[in-house]
Design a protein around this ligand. Sequence first.
Ligand SMILES: [Ca+2]
Length: 237
Amino acid sequence: MKTNNSKIAVTTAALILSPVVSQGGTILYDFDTDLQGWTNVQTSVTNSTSFEQGTNTQGGRINQQYPGDGSLRPAVFGSRDNVTSVALWIRSPEFLLINDPATEISFGIIGGAPGGAAPANATDASLFDASSPAGWAGMALRRVSDGAFILTAGRSSNGQNLHQTITWDSATIEAAISEDSASETYTLDFIDDKSGGWGWVGADDVSISTIPEASSVMLLGLGGAALMLRRRKKDRS
Ligand SMILES: [Ca+2]
């Protein structure tokens, strides 16, 4: 029996090339029971603070606006306002975006409005300096290939009782990703680089649509694998 080695190689490569959320439709991070794959990029050693999943009522400040009983919030909650430290920073799993009228990203933020300008990318020096009242707090859409924050948004005013829902519609997203490769991946980075009064933020009900179906993710992987095989073949000849 003849084994189709190239087919096996393509399948294996496609699996390796697809480390992203690929369930199709919309993914909702409600943080009701856990962090759902979000991971802290940076935490504060100064005051032992990081983002974590917690109950909405903890600290008496995170309101029950959204269904369920959990949200993303800083812990230890009360210590965040008054102590300067590097930016608190947590990141979603990677995902793909497509230009589609149904593509939309929305999220709720509770706490302080940004005190200053948003960082331009994941290597921005402000993220590693001490936080200050002029620091930024909010959500950033990060392009994985170069770390650029291609969309950023924070609250329009301080608020401790209700999350403010912020939406990036399809036109906004399309303008931000129009130059990117179809296989580009993205993350949402939630950042708190603000201290002093209202120097805290929390988030809930982060929704991303439309994430391509698993089949199209596999096709992107297959395309990459086929290209690699073709290159390898060319090198040999
Ligand atoms: Ca929730």
